[in-house]
Design a protein around this ligand. Structure first.
Ligand SMILES: Nc1ncnc2c1ncn2[C@@H]1O[C@H](COP(=O)(O)OP(=O)(O)O)[C@@H](O)[C@H]1O
Ligand SMILES: [Mg+2]
Length: 261
């Protein structure tokens, strides 16, 4: 098993009102090449901070994060990041937004850029909106455009922070299936944060459950369901059993760990 992303005693503390607030406390986690790991936990337990350290957007204050054995110091094209609220360039069309990341890649010509962008625009169901500006789209459509933009660059790692949170239930399930299809076709490594326990189990090879104050790993729950996954897995007793286990780990924390209400 090749390790793709490695958190080694990784901590992150922020100065808050003259004191130090520990958002992530000595997290150690290895994510294998081509693995899908989902992260769940109460609000404020440090999920985004953890992901942002892998993205190179936030620096650890203790320990380190490694990608392919190299400490992360800044963002890089091999790591695609998708946030819950992704800011598209408002003055660019859907197509131009999706092509944008490709314009930064050397050796990708105009025709190839077009072709690749079109492929991912089709994949996320925005074919009829390729020439639309973001302001004319619904929130869900904008998010799908952001996802197409990240996919188009073909990063070997996808870091996704509640990417489907703003989507309606049906679109959300479709996007989950699409993500898994793209993952198995292109063999990417995925770290995926979600509030949705079903989503966490459906996508993951392992579910990481975090606890708050300080943010740390509470439990890692393996999902022993084969890929490719389908509706049949969602409805299976094995799925229900794993979901209940994750649910329990998230919501039945000791009093000081109770999710903030
Ligand atoms: N830049 C920052 N400065 C101060 N505190 C922060 C900063 N970023 C995050 N935090 C705090 O760290 C904790 C973890 O935040 P976050 O990683 O966003 O949690 P989650 O994504 O699990 O909801 C929260 O209490 C949050 O307020
Ligand atoms: Mg967050």
């Amino acid at each position: 098993m090749n390790t793709k992303i490695s958190f080694q005693q990784t901590s992150c503390a922020f100065p808050v009102n003259g004191a130090t607030f520990v958002a992530v406390d000595r997290v150690s986690l290895d994510i294998a090449d081509r693995e899908v790991v989902t992260v769940v936990g109460p609000s404020g337990c440090g999920k985004s901070t953890l992901l942002n350290m892998a993205a190179g957007l936030v620096n650890p204050t203790g320990g380190d994060v490694y990608v392919d054995g190299t400490p992360v110091r800044e963002p890089g094209p091999e790591r695609g990041v998708i946030f819950q609220q992704y800011a598209l360039f408002p003055w660019l069309t859907v197509r131009a937004n999706v092509e944008f990341g490709l314009t930064l890649q050397r050796g990708v010509g105009r025709a190839e850029r077009r072709r690749r962008a079109q492929h991912f625009i089709d994949l996320v169901g925005l074919t009829d909106f390729a020439d639309a500006l973001p302001k004319t789209l619904s929130g869900g459509m904008r998010q799908r455009c952001a996802i197409a933009r990240a996919y188009a660059v073909n990063p070997s790692i996808l870091l996704m922070d509640e990417p489907f949170g703003a989507l309606d239930a049906l679109t959300r399930v479709q996007m989950q299936d699409q993500l898994l299809r793209a993952w198995s076709a292109e063999q990417r490594t995925i770290m995926f944060i979600t509030h949705d326990v079903d989503e966490a189990v459906y996508l993951a090879n392992r579910v990481v459950v975090m606890a708050a104050r300080p943010g740390r790993i509470k439990e890692i729950i393996p999902v022993e369901l084969p890929y490719p996954r389908s509706e049949a897995h969602r409805l299976s007793p094995e799925f229900a059993k794993i979901r209940n286990r994750v649910w329990h780990a998230v919501y039945h924390q000791t009093p000081e760990e109770e999710p903030a209400t």
